[in-house]
Design a protein around this ligand. Structure first.
Ligand SMILES: Cc1cc2nc3c(=O)[nH]c(=O)nc-3n(C[C@H](O)[C@H](O)[C@H](O)COP(=O)(O)OP(=O)(O)OC[C@H]3O[C@@H](n4cnc5c(N)ncnc54)[C@H](O)[C@@H]3O)c2cc1C
Length: 462
């Protein structure tokens, strides 16, 4: 057994929490061993948020170009997309971000960067290849990967996930996407706008099933309006090789179209934490049945000195939640500030066009509480800025506690809503009643300007 090299801390995974935490630790004089096995910046930078949002921008440009005549702009000839140029633009943005993170870590004299897969040998020692590292504090930021479902035939076909789809430098003739939730929908709209035929197959009765039914219905209408085929209630999904690509079986019921054939198939059915090869058993760290590391409200695992941050703890599935995990751990360990995960208000967006922005509770969740509440909705056709932009699809909905007047949640689905929603979110963080926003004067003409007006329409939730 080689002698272990001693550090004050070991950070495993260069995702959205690890690098910032390592940097913070060194500012207090600690030495840190930092282990990353693949790409610095993790999922968000390399195969998640950054590349997809760069592609959303290209897809939007194509979409607006096709609608140019509606704005009085003349473009001659058909609008086509050069996927290699799209990918090159995207990859340049990604590379800048990735090298920025890597350089930041490598240039820190107190951080020793190791490349390789880390796994525990004991609660205080970690192996990376031939190197043995030892520290009293170990921070896991190992993230997750696309779930490979056990559909019959899945291993007989060349399926894609979010990583391999991004590596594709041709436009799929027909992209079949299994999974009608956030990732599947973003990719579906992107590739449809690039010119592919797209079919989204969802086993449930509606898209984005975590959202309210009116949101699911509006998403469906917009996607179908762009010519995306959507197959819901696909309760019997199978995959098989086909001469033109992959045949995806969707139903076992008689009398229905049994399958669709795609040139390419993307599986977008969820995420799995990267905890299976960490040797957690050797450290005694517990996980739930899905492999998520069990943590308390301050992100401590059951083993003293070991913490889990980001997607691998199952408490969030976003870049902002992973980064907030870093803030919580740093505040508790270094600032004597007892920040907690439960202080966090749920918020996220689905970056289809228009974006769906969500905070707090859905209408269904508010109803389930049984408490008196107020609700207001407003179609984007009644938002002047949206009309001026020619982008008036979607609607805004907000829910308020009838007794305390505090905002309970909102679904803002429309142009600019990914930004506009923050005035409601920050009011929730301030613990202020909705009347604070109701009386605020917002800039004209913006989407945010209509949020006080929306709140002025609150009615009892029946
Ligand atoms: C297609 C897609 C689009 C997305 N879009 C958005 C979005 O718009 N907004 C948003 O907020 N979120 C988005 N997400 C989610 C977001 O990417 C993740 O929530 C975020 O990256 C989680 O960060 P993390 O720090 O937990 O881990 P990750 O970013 O996954 O990083 C984990 C790192 O750990 C490394 N690692 C794993 N195991 C080991 C080991 N044993 N040894 C050494 N290194 C290891 C990995 O190589 C990786 O670099 C998207 C995700 C996908 C897939």
């Amino acid at each position: 057994m080689p002698q272990a090299t001693k550090y004050d801390a070991i950070v495993i995974g260069a995702g959205q929490a690890g690098p910032s935490l390592a940097s913070r630790l060194t500012q207090t004089g600690k030495t840190v061993a930092f282990v990353e096995r693949h790409l610095f910046g993790g999922t968000c930078v390399n195969t998640g948020c950054t590349p997809t949002k760069a592609m959303v921008a290209s897809a939007y440009a194509a979409h607006v170009a096709r609608r140019a005549a509606e704005y009085g702009v003349n473009l001659s000839g058909p609008i086509t997309v050069d996927i290699k140029a799209v990918n090159a633009r995207r990859d340049a943005i990604v590379a800048k971000s990735r090298t920025g993170v890597e350089g930041w870590l490598r240039n820190n004299q107190k951080i020793t960067v190791l490349t390789g897969t880390a796994s525990f040998e004991s609660p205080t020692t970690v192996r990376v290849g031939d190197d043995l590292l030892e520290a009293p504090q170990i921070f896991l930021n190992v993230g997750g990967r696309a779930t490979i479902p056990d559909f019959p035939g899945v291993h007989d076909v060349p399926f894609l996930d979010n990583t391999s789809l991004l590596a594709l430098d041709i436009l799929p003739k027909h992209l079949v996407i299994v999974g009608g939730s956030y990732i599947g929908i973003e990719f579906g709209q992107i590739y449809r706008r690039f010119g592919s035929e797209v079919t989204i197959i969802e086993k449930g009765p509606r898209l984005v099933y975590r959202e309210d039914e009116d949101v699911s219905a509006a998403v469906l209408e917009i996607l179908q309006g762009e010519g995306i085929n959507v197959r819901l209630n696909a309760e019997c999904i199978t995959l098989a090789p086909h001469e033109h690509g992959v045949e995806v079986g969707v139903t076992c019921a008689e009398g229905e179209e049994p399958s669709t054939v795609g040139s390419h198939v993307l599986l977008a059915v969820g995420r799995t934490p990267n905890t299976q090869d960490l040797g957690l058993d050797k450290a005694g760290v517990l996980t739930d049945k899905h492999g998520y590391v069990l943590v308390d409200d301050q992100l401590r695992t059951n083993v003293e000195g070991i913490y889990a941050l980001g997607d691998c703890n199952g408490k969030g599935a976003f870049t902002h939640t992973a980064y907030n995990d870093y803030e919580i751990v740093a505040a508790n360990l270094l600032d004597n500030d007892p920040r907690r995960v439960s202080d966090r208000i749920p918020c996220y967006a689905m970056f289809m066009d228009p974006p769906l922005a969500r905070i707090g509770l859905t209408e269904a969740e508010v109803r389930a509480t049984g408490k008196p509440a107020l609700i207001a909705t407003r179609p984007m056709t009644r938002v002047n800025r949206a009309l001026e932009k020619g982008e008036s699809l979607g609607f805004m909905k907000v829910l308020v506690d009838a007794d305390t007047k505090k905002i309970l949640g909102a679904s803002l689905f429309g142009v600019g809503c990914d930004e506009a929603i923050h005035c409601l979110l920050d009011t929730m963080y301030a613990g202020a009643p909705y009347t604070t926003v109701l009386r605020a004067v917002h800039i004209h003409p913006t989407v945010s300007e209509l949020i006080p007006t929306l709140l002025g329409d609150l009615k009892p939730l029946e």
